[in-house]
Design a binder for this molecule. Structure first.
Ligand SMILES: NC(=O)c1ccc[n+]([C@@H]2O[C@H](COP(=O)([O-])OP(=O)(O)OC[C@H]3O[C@@H](n4cnc5c(N)ncnc54)[C@H](OP(=O)(O)O)[C@@H]3O)[C@@H](O)[C@H]2O)c1
Length: 250
């Protein structure tokens, strides 16, 4: 541990990439606040963390008042909340020909509305508090419309757009970060029935995210680059060239 550990709040820390990120940040001397809905899972992750002073704050990002109360509690307790990382996300593979509107609503509620709920709750801190880092985990699935990727893709495209706006509005005062992973082997991707190129382990992803967030500068952290650069190139193509390539993946 460094002498004066800074505090990072991870929302979506009870499993997968968020849990691995918590472990990686703790190894680097950060003090963690872990959030998610599953209290027992959060306690399990907290037990694996190096260092001391970590805490748990169970919450649901769809519950705006409880997020606001959590922010208030953290503001009162922590000398300085230096990093807030929104990792919460859910996914269901779905084709547009078999839309399940209840699932669509849930995915948009967590992945996109959850981020807005967090921002609303953080307003006092963003307006009156010292500069802090605000990081949101989107996905390369949000770069461009992909086959069989809705509504997850739409939620992540919306999140990318939101974080870009944040960077324009608040980036000269706060450190805004966008995290764009490729495939990572978690319970979320267990549902996929297709080959996932260059898939990483949660530990590999957590380490990459931790290293990038602790760097003083940067906006988007996308990885693994041999995959995400291809996705970025596809996203830059004119529609006429993109459609035939994207249709091959149907
Ligand atoms: N795995 C990949 O290949 C991949 C690729 C790109 C982006 N991502 C993104 O990475 C993030 C982490 O996903 P993962 O793969 O690590 O999956 P995961 O293991 O299922 O983790 C998702 C996390 O989100 C939390 N969460 C879900 N709904 C929540 C809610 N309503 N309120 C609070 N927390 C909630 C979960 O905690 P509780 O269940 O305890 O609430 C869990 O900690 C997600 O945003 C995902 O979209 C993943």
């Amino acid at each position: 541990m460094t002498e004066a550990a800074s505090t990072s709040w991870i929302i979506g820390a009870s499993s997968g990439i968020g849990a691995a990120l918590a472990q990686s940040l703790a190894r680097r001397g950060e003090r963690l606040v872990l959030s998610g809905r599953n209290q027992a899972a959060l306690e399990g992750v907290a037990e694996t963390l190096e260092g001391s002073g970590h805490s748990i704050l169970a919450l649901d990002v769809c519950d705006a008042p409880s997020l606001a109360a959590a922010c208030e509690q953290l503001r009162g307790k922590q000398a300085q909340l230096e990093r807030v990382i929104f990792m919460a996300g859910i996914y269901e593979p779905m084709t547009l020909s078999a839309l399940d509107l209840a699932a669509v609503r849930s995915i948009l509620e967590v992945n996109l509305m959850g981020a807005f709920n967090l921002l609303a709750a953080l307003r006092p801190l963003l307006e009156d508090g010292p500069p802090c880092q605000l990081a949101f985990c989107a996905s390369v699935a949000g770069y461009r419309g992909l086959p069989n990727a809705q509504p997850y893709g739409a939620s992540k495209a919306g999140l990318i757009n939101l974080v870009e706006s944040l960077q324009v509005e608040l980036g000269d005062r706060h450190d805004i970060r966008l995290i764009s992973p490729g495939f990572v082997a978690t319970r979320l991707t267990e549902k996929n029935r297709f080959d996932m190129p260059f898939r990483l382990t949660p530990d590999q992803a957590g380490d990459r995210i931790a290293r990038s967030l602790l760097r003083p500068k940067g906006f988007e952290h996308h990885f693994p680059r041999r995959f995400t650069l291809v996705m970025k190139a596809l996203a830059a193509l004119p529609y006429g060239l993109y459609w035939p390539l994207a249709r091959r993946a149907r």
